[in-house]
Design a protein around this ligand. Sequence first.
Ligand code: MEV
Length: 402
Amino acid sequence: MLKNNNKSSVIPGFYNFSEEERLETLADFAGLERSQLETLSNYGNLDKHLAHLFIENTVGVFSLPLGVAPNFVINGKPYLVPMAVEESSVVAAASHGAKLVAARGGFKARVNKNPQMTGQMQFFPDLSCDFERILSDHKEEAIAFANSGQERLLTRGGGVTNLTWYTIPELSCLVVLLHVGTCDAMGANIVNTLCEKLSVFLAKLLGNCEVGLRILTNLTLERTVEASCIISPETLSPKGDGELVVDQIIRAYEFAYFDVLRASTHNKGVMNGIDPVVIATGNDWRAVEAGAHAFAARSGSYKPLTKWSKTLKGELFGVIELPMALGTVGGVTKLHPMAQLALKILGTPTADELAEIVACVGLAQNLSALKALATEGIQKGHMGLHAKNINEQRMRVSAINE
Ligand code: MEV
């Protein structure tokens, strides 16, 4: 079929088309061959019904390799970590970093105490009204109103715990923050629903004022995770120059600390570890990415998400801290068979435990990258693995051209 560029992409009711009609329209528009349509029709390990349930206008499934990174010991517990990723050397680097850390007892990790999601409700009241007093006087009532109908969440120990607020004078608006415990759910839906419901109640109190946006923030400052590790110089380099490697890794971190161009790549390396686990467990990696980068820039300048220093004994000490809003119940996590499998491989963790695992993988990934970059460079290891990829691509292209 030939590609016809005169066809319109404005297709009324496309979302109502049956799968066959959609594929036909697509094939016609993009000039797809029968074999390409067959590729689209292969749903792999995702039930077709689920693929259509998850998103709109489904025409197929996009598969990613799922690897497993061994060697992770976190808070004394062993883990094999599933990672869904397309980039060669990422899984190998995570495993390598974890092995270095396991030699010294493994990672320590913890989420912040009483993790909470935060929703934002924007109002445009007459700011000369005494909104401070109004909100303070009605705070408990507003929290009770928001929590009404949320018995299941409350029984699990979650629910709205607090309201705080601030103004943005440049916009003449008031922002009320809703703080809510969402337990093992990521919580976006709960928070957004609560914000929409409560905003009606609060707008009335604030003189029937105009309501602006009502949505969670992905900068989940009250749902963060911290992980750390220690690596001895002997483990870092069996050649006897481990102390030098410690210094080289710290210097590599300092480069990222003082230079935003480097900080961006440093954090890309951290996310190389984080995203694949977030994806494998069916979580929202865009939310995690958005939170991570906003957190990295919270001082006003963009900084590395990890920090490397030396202990008094001359060992390498690494820390990572970032927002981590993950779920282990509900949504895709619950329905996607691969996400369920990934969670099973991880020992069916709670959302907090999963956040701890994910942070450790980010730290391990960064350790491996910095060690390679600061010593022999990454191309030797990375390109060794990448070369296989490139070779395969070349072979496929020449097979197509023959
Ligand atoms: C490549 O995917 C990731 C690295 O660039 C990370 C870094 O530079 O720290 C190797």
